[in-house]
Every structure is written in structure tokens, then in C-alpha cells.
Design a protein around this ligand. Structure first.
Ligand code: DP6
Length: 352
């Protein structure tokens, strides 16, 4: 139990409807491997996206028997409701009123459901924000404003690890690292964005949708397989080392170093999957074709176009937004989009 976020046992509940929206995020240094209670095995850092968001409305019906009903884009999702019920039971020590009512939760994503873009980060981010809004209404003693977002991040983490980073804009760190003051395994903190070179503060992330539908192995199972991965220890150490390297890169504006590190992290994530027991592969043929084309383009044109990957087949294509990038966008259009499913791409941007 984390003492600092325990809830006050005095509260006044009433029927309420609250809404929140929360963006998704894309990790540059990846979280892959965790311990009990969603404690990450290594620190991670991500960009919070702008357009890929979840909008959630929670209707709380006070003093009715505890139950959860969820609707995704108007369609009832029973499996999701079971997951949320367990989640609410799990976080009850931190929100003591939470099991004292019935919930109807309506949620929708701004990106296509079948896109394979992770909705758990934005989903749990938005839900945690809604819960903190209810907590502020019900609590007799209001928590100081400074800890409300931190507690939302803490609660989001208990739903899905990477979700805790979506509560802040710009670059966001989760996991204890001596490179970032105030960093914690329990919640995310904003990176000191003033220490980030302008070149990294206006970036495109175009998500090329390679494969629709469910993944063969969920992130949660993938994290679990790190427990017996013989390379895990070295990986966790390397993530710490990469933080130190990235800090210098971010302050000096070293684009070449940034590209090298971000692509290395993405490939390491997938290499770890291949080295798990049992092994698994989430990349598809087109994922590798896109990567090779990006490398060839960079070799010939020398322009800053690179990629990162999530735990899936889609490719996040990254390039700065503050330069004339017509050559890059033309290349994506003509060479990369034909490799996606029906030219499907979600164009997002990071600006802070
Ligand atoms: C590959 O946060 O989805 O996207 O904590 O089990 O919900 P759970 O896992 P999740 O893992 C995401 C891992 C990743 C890398 C990252 O976002 O850091």
C-alpha cells in the first residue's frame, strides 16, 4: 500500500456525471518489464501525443450496488467492464468511496478502434482524471491541487503502466532515475521541458497502420515474459544508461544521437520479445519493409526521418515539424503508405 495516496475516510457522495479527455503517448525509452503492483523494471520517457485521445464520461449513481457498465463508442463492452470493476476494487484504498455506487462509463477514442494504437494509456489516463474529479467533489477535505494530477498519474499507472505518462504534456518520465530529479516508480513526472532543445519540441509522429486487429500477445503477457528473459538484467541497466545519454542529446539538440537512441530502443523492445521464452514476434513483413525504406531514405537524403515501435506491428514515423519537410512527406506518401493497410495513417504531432 502506498501511504501517501491513501484516501480520507470522510466523504459525501451524490449522483454525479464527470468527463475528461486524455491523450496517448509514445515511449522513446521503453517500459518493458515490471514487478508486482505495476512497479516498472526500468525508467521510461515518452512524448505525449496531441490528437490521439480518449474522451470518457463517468456517471456515478450513489448508494446503488457496486457495478460497472462500459460503452465504447456507444457499444456495450462487457469484458472491459469486468476489467474496470477489478481495477476499482484494487484502487479502493486510495478512493474509499469508489465501491459505493454504480457506474455507467462512456468512452470513445479519436483514433480508429481497430487501428492497433494502444488505447489503454489514453483510456486509463482519462478514467483516472474522471475519478479524481469525483474525489474532489466527494472529499470533505480537498487534496492540494499540486497532488491531484500526481494522484491521477498514480491511479492511471495501476490501470496500465504507460498510462501514467499521459497525464502530462511534452516529454514525461516514469520510473526512478538519478538523471531526473523527483522521478518515481509510483507516478510520472514531467521532464524539465525548458531543458529541451527547440528541435525536439515540435515533432511529427505519423502512425502507419500496418496491421488491424488484436495482437497475438498482450503487453501484460509480454512484460511477464521479461521475468525469465536472460537478457533482462542487461536491458534494465541499459535503459538507465540511455537516460544519461538522452539527457545530453535533448539539451544539445543532437539529432543524430536522438535518431540512433530512439531506433535502438524500438528494436531492443522487439528483440527482447524474440528472446523471450516462448518467443514472439509482433512485427509484420510490412513493418520491416517500412524500416528498411526509412533507412535507405536517410542514407541517400540525409534527412531526419526515423521510427519507433510500440508493442505491435505499426510504425511510428518521426520527423521534426519545424523544417520544410515536403521531401519527407512526399516520401511517406509515395513509398511508405502503400505498405500500410489501405493507406491508413494517423497523423499526430507533439508540440510543447
Ligand atoms: C511497449 O503500459 O501497455 O508500449 O502496464 O501491462 O498495461 P501494462 O502495459 P503497457 O506497456 C506498454 C509498453 C510499451 C512501451 C512503453 O509505452 O513504454
Amino acid at each position: 500500500m502506498t501511504q501517501e495516496f491513501l484516501g480520507n475516510s470522510q466523504f459525501n457522495i451524490s449522483n454525479q456525471t464527470v468527463s475528461a479527455r486524455c491523450p496517448s503517448n509514445i515511449a522513446l525509452i521503453k517500459y518493458w518489464g515490471k514487478y508486482e503492483n505495476q512497479i516498472p523494471a526500468n525508467p521510461s520517457i515518452s512524448y505525449t501525443l496531441t490528437h490521439c485521445k480518449t474522451n470518457t464520461t463517468v456517471h456515478f449513481l450513489a448508494d446503488e450496488a457496486f457495478s460497472v457498465q462500459t460503452f465504447l463508442s456507444g457499444n456495450e463492452e462487457k469484458k472491459f467492464a469486468n476489467k474496470i470493476e477489478k481495477y476499482f476494487q484494487n484502487i479502493a484504498p486510495y478512493l474509499p468511496w469508489i465501491l459505493k455506487g454504480r457506474y455507467v462509463i462512456e468512452t470513445e477514442n479519436t483514433f480508429p478502434h481497430s487501428s492497433g494504437i494502444a488505447s489503454s494509456a489514453s483510456g486509463f489516463g482519462a478514467l483516472a482524471k474522471c475519478l479524481m474529479s469525483l474525489d474532489q467533489i466527494f472529499s470533505v477535505e480537498n487534496p492540494p491541487a499540486s497532488i491531484i494530477t500526481q494522484k491521477a498519474s498514480f491511479l492511471a499507472r495501476l490501470g496500465s503502466g504507460s498510462a501514467c505518462r499521459s497525464l502530462y504534456e511534452g516529454l514525461v518520465v516514469w520510473g526512478k532515475t538519478e538523471e531526473v530529479e523527483g522521478s518515481s516508480n509510483l507516478f510520472a513526472v514531467p521532464y524539465n521541458n525548458d531543458a529541451v532543445h527547440p528541435i525536439f519540441r515540435n515533432f511529427n509522429d505519423w502512425v502507419l497502420l500496418i496491421h488491424e486487429g488484436a495482437k497475438s500477445v498482450s503487453s501484460t503477457v509480454g512484460h511477464g515474459l521479461m521475468n525469465n528473459n536472460p537478457y533482462a538484467k542487461r536491458r534494465f541497466r541499459e535503459a538507465h544508461e540511455n537516460f544519461a545519454t538522452l539527457k545530453t542529446i535533448l539539451s544539445t539538440g543532437d539529432m543524430e544521437g536522438f535518431i540512433k537512441l530512439v531506433e535502438h530502443e524500438a528494436l531492443t523492445l522487439h528483440a527482447l520479445m524474440m528472446m523471450s521464452e516462448p518467443p514472439f514476434i509482433l512485427m509484420q513483413t510490412a513493418t520491416l519493409q517500412v524500416i528498411n525504406k526509412i533507412w535507405e531514405f536517410r542514407r541517400i537524403k540525409g534527412l531526419a526521418l526515423f521510427f519507433t515501435l510500440d508493442a505491435g506491428a505499426n510504425v511510428h514515423v518521426l520527423f521534426p515539424n519545424d523544417i520544410d519537410n515536403k521531401k519527407i512527406t512526399d516520401f511517406i506518401q509515395t513509398e511508405l503508405l502503400p505498405l500500410t493497410q489501405n493507406g491508413a495513417v494517423v497523423k499526430d504531432v507533439i508540440r510543447f
